[in-house]
Structures are given as C-alpha cells and as structure tokens.
Design a protein around this ligand. Structure first.
Ligand SMILES: Nc1ncnc2c1ncn2[C@@H]1O[C@H](COP(=O)(O)OP(=O)(O)OP(=O)(O)O)[C@@H](O)[C@H]1O
Ligand SMILES: [Mg+2]
Length: 283
C-alpha cells in the first residue's frame, strides 16, 4: 500500500476523567477510502473517542495522527489547518441557534473560502438537496425536527467536500427511509470520491450497510473488530448481544460500582442542587 494510505492512526490512546479511564489503551488505523463504523453501548466512550480524533480533546496519554500529523500535540492554530480537510457531524447536531439552516451550512464556506455569496448559495442548496432538505434554508434550528437537525449538521459537515468525514450517530432519530437515504449518500461519497468515513452508530441495519470495517468498544477497550462478515460471525457473546439487540447477555444494564462511584463523584448531590434552584426561581 502507498505510504499515505493511512489517514488516521490511533495509538495507545488513554483518556481518564478523574480516576476512571473511559478509553484505556485504544489502538487502530483507518486507511483511505474505508468506512469504519464504531459501535458499543451507550456511555462506552464513542463520542469521546471521536473528540480525540478531531483534536477537540487531549488524551491522558497516547496519540492520534490525522493525515500523518500528530493532532494530539498540535497547537489550536495548526489544528485549524487540518480541520479544513475533514468534516464532523456532532451527535447533537451542534447547529447555531441564532442562524438559519442555510447560514449554518454556509458557515464553513464563509469562514474558510473566498467564494462569492452566489457560489455559496448554490453550494448550500446542493448540500441541503443531498440530505433531502431542499427549500429549508430559511428556517431556524428550533423550527425543524431532531432528525432534520441531524441532516443539516451533515450538510454542514460536507460543505467543504471533505476527504474525511466523522459522523456521530448520523441516522439516530431518522425514519428507516431517511436512514437509507443518508446511508446511500455515505456510500456514494465513499465509492465515488474515495471519501474516508468514521461513523459512530447504534443502528445495526445502517452500520452493516455502510461499513467496510467495524470496531466495537466496551470496558474502555476494543471488544472486537473486523469486516462486517467477521463481526456477524463473531463468537464473542457481547458482540452477538449488541448486534441482535438482546436485553439478556453479558453486557450489564446498570453501571458498574466503579462507574456509579465516578458519577457520584462528579455530580455531588444533584437533586439538592436542583431543588435549591427551583426554590430560588419560584420565590
Ligand atoms: N467532559 C467529561 N467529563 C467527565 N466525564 C465525561 C466527559 N465526557 C464524557 N465523559 C464520560 O465518559 C463516558 C463516555 O461518554 P461518551 O459520550 O463518549 O459515550 P458514548 O459512547 O458516546 O455514549 P452514547 O452512545 O450515549 O452517545 C461517560 O461515562 C461520560 O459520562
Ligand atoms: Mg455519543
């Protein structure tokens, strides 16, 4: 393989919050043109892993290289330069509430290109069309549904035609037809333009449709990884429970004692504090 085929390198990544290692020695690579799906139970650290991969969080130890550059040690200004090469769809959509849908999608183009307003308008139209939102330019984020916000977030992530896309649950909140539309879009960009994608997903239908490779996270580490066929055939009971969505199995429903103590530690007496606020407001 050519030397530049490795787009992402994650090596020995450890991230602790307090004493608890949410990510504990994670290592994997992503090659150009791959669509890597990251899955795993709620709270297992998928979004945290993505935040480290885009340089938005610094690891406790270990490193992430994007396009051969160690993003974990770069200064914010240098990370900005690398950000031009990738798009990110955040789990929450992360739209700016004061801007319209069209302005949100236009934002990266206004910030990072010298294109004319007419050109930007055309690109915004085209990107919104790709996610099935033609004609929604002038609405505000609080005037559209959760699934629509997700799609606007995706249109914005694609505004600069990135060679690499990070997507945190792009299809959560979408109906099965719209999920298929978004999956088709990911496949088209991956196959047609050779775009590399890292997609966090809980949606197994969608995950198996788009993935060229899958990683399942759990207990701070990588529980399993492989091609979709290898994951389907995995003998690991946690993998089988997850991909078949079964309530009974080795993955516990409740937090472990350690996790429980961690949350007690970070949020002392939450109800007492909330009640204090309530009394102040109504007094
Ligand atoms: N800034 C932070 N400070 C303290 N703890 C954090 C912080 N960010 C994340 N965590 C903890 O790290 C763990 C993993 O969170 P994360 O959001 O990465 O999970 P996830 O796998 O994306 O879950 P979901 O599928 O529900 O989105 C959680 O226990 C969370 O409370
Ligand atoms: Mg998440």
């Amino acid at each position: 393989m050519p030397a530049d085929s490795k787009i992402i390198e994650v090596a020995g990544l450890v991230r602790k919050f307090g004493d608890r290692a949410v990510l504990n020695d994670i290592s994997f690579n992503v090659d150009r043109g791959e669509t890597l799906v990251i899955m795993g139970g709620s709270g297992c650290g998928k979004s945290t892993l993505l935040r480290h991969m885009i340089g938005a969080m610094k690891p406790t130890s270990g490193l992430v290289r994007l396009f051969g550059e160690e993003i974990t040690t770069l200064k914010e200004r240098e990370i900005e330069r690398i950000r031009l090469r990738f798009g990110m769809l955040f789990q929450s959509g992360a739209l700016l509430a004061s801007l319209t849908v069209g302005e949100n999608v236009a934002l990266p183009l206004l910030q990072h290109t010298k294109r004319s307003i007419d050109e930007i308008e055309d690109i915004v139209k085209q990107k919104l069309g790709m996610v099935g939102l033609t004609g929604f330019e002038n609405l505000k984020p609080d005037e559209i549904s959760g699934g629509m916000k997700k799609r606007v977030g995706l249109a914005r992530a694609l505004a600069l035609d990135p060679e690499l896309l990070f997507s945190d649950e792009p299809t959560s909140g979408l109906d099965p037809i719209m999920t298929a539309v978004i999956d088709e879009l990911t496949l088209k960009l991956a196959r047609g333009r050779g775009m590399t994608a890292v997609v966090v997903s809980h949606d197994m239908t969608s995950a198996f449709r788009i993935a060229t490779r899958m990683i399942m996270l759990g207990h701070g580490g990588i529980v399993a990884q492989g091609t979709p066929d290898e994951i389907r055939a995995s003998s690991n009971p946690e993998v089988q429970q997850f991909i078949h969505g079964e309530a009974d199995g080795p993955i516990p429903l409740n937090l472990s004692q350690e996790e429980h103590e961690h949350h007690q530690h970070v949020k002392p007496r939450p109800f007492a504090r909330a009640r204090g606020r309530f009394h102040r407001k109504t007094a």
